[in-house]
Design a protein around this ligand. Structure first.
Ligand SMILES: Nc1ncnc2c1ncn2[C@@H]1O[C@H](COP(=O)(O)OP(=O)(O)O)[C@@H](O)[C@H]1O
Ligand code: SF4
Ligand SMILES: [Mg+2]
Length: 331
């Protein structure tokens, strides 16, 4: 897998496992990737493929003790997985901000929006009350709130879905983090608001020159927003490339299938009209050996494809976890 020095975040062989009925199952299985400064890096894949498990692993936000996170996650050269809790708390929200799909569960329902923004400033800076209030108002304006003064003193339930998402973005950005992880930030919103929030994220990313990991199941969001993209299937990255390269030269059958199911996207490559049937298996039904995608290509005999695929370089920066992508055909 690609590993480029100068990366702001470097994930090496990440394995995140959940305990189910006494046994651990890997929801993220051997993921390696690098995030460069000032880039939007998308992670795309169907529901259940491990995108959130990966995102939560970076700041170790999994709730409960039945989760094991192994591997290396280096942020600016420091391994987050080896940090003590107090060190990690210094990174969370300050150096790395997080935007979740559902602001209602991420925001504190009992605290006014202004106070929630200022709380993060109290933890991570030594600003006085007036400075914190000024920064909170400034942020509420920059995330496009029409009446920032009113929102400052409102509770989350008093805001619309779009405004709540803007408030969460304000909280994520309050300490000017170098990296923002946005996990399906627009999935719960209607289409018009989705477009506004994506515009806002893009504008803020350009202004702040931060890096963004944008997690989505929607390839049109990737086309719109990202520089590079990793396609995840069943806990693994099956293909990684620059966005234009992936759309015009997709190699993995899963990527081609995803593109085929989104005909509005301009893309090329043979077999794109075919959508592979099936869904991501649950963790306890994951193939334990061989290619995890094989159950969705039952017409290919085991001898005809790599039994345990490794990464192959298609072009510089473009890798695929399937050695026989040149030979298979869609049924
Ligand atoms: N806390 C958990 N305990 C057990 N299984 C989990 C837990 N969180 C996620 N999973 C399982 O891990 C897999 C990946 O889930 P997730 O990362 O949420 O996928 P995505 O975000 O891509 O939809 C799914 O099979 C899901 O059911
Ligand atoms: S290795 Fe075989 S089963 Fe797996 S994706 Fe490639 S062709 Fe399909
Ligand atoms: Mg998710």
């Amino acid at each position: 897998m690609i590993s480029i020095s100068g990366a702001i975040l470097e994930i090496k062989n990440l394995v995140t496992s959940f305990k189910i009925r006494g046994e651990y199952y890997a929801a993220v299985d051997g993921v390696s990737l690098s995030i460069h400064p000032n880039e939007v890096f998308a992670i795309v894949g169907e529901s259940g493929c491990g995108k959130s498990a990966l995102a939560l692993s970076i700041l170790q936000l999994h709730k409960g003790s039945a989760t094991k996170v192994e591997g290396v996650i280096e942020y600016k050269g420091r391994n987050l997985l080896a940090m003590r809790d107090d060190e990690l708390n210094g990174v969370r929200g300050k150096e790395i901000g997080m935007i979740f799909q559902d602001p209602l569960t991420a925001l504190n329902p009992l605290m006014k929006i202004g106070a929630q923004i200022e709380e993060s400033l109290s933890v991570h800076t030594d600003m006085n009350a007036a400075q914190k209030s000024e920064r909170a108002h400034e942020l509420l304006t920059s995330v496009g709130m029409e009446r920032p003064n009113l929102v400052y003193s409102q509770y989350p339930h008093e805001l619309s879905g779009g405004m709540r998402q803007r408030a969460m973005i304000a909280i994520a950005l309050v300490c000017r983090p170098s990296l923002v992880i946005a996990d399906e930030p627009t999935t719960a919103l209607d289409v018009t608001i989705q477009a506004q929030i994506l515009d806002l994220l893009r504008q803020l990313q350009r202004e702040s020159q931060s890096s963004v990991i944008l997690i989505t199941h929607d390839l049109s969001v990737v086309a719109e927003m990202a520089h590079r993209v990793a396609v995840m299937y069943a806990g693994q990255i099956v293909e990684i490339a620059e966005v234009g390269e992936l759309f015009h030269n997709p190699k993995h059958p899963y990527t081609r299938s995803l593109l085929a199911s989104n005909p509005s996207l301009e893309s090329t490559g043979e077999g794109l009209l075919h959508v592979i049937k099936g869904m991501v298996p649950s963790l306890d039904r994951m193939p334990r050996q061989g290619c995890r995608f094989a159950p969705r290509m039952p017409w290919i005999s085991p001898e005809a494809h790599e039994s345990s695929p490794v990464y192959h370089t298609v072009a510089p920066g473009h890798e695929v976890l399937c050695g026989c992508y040149e030979h298979f055909r869609f049924e």
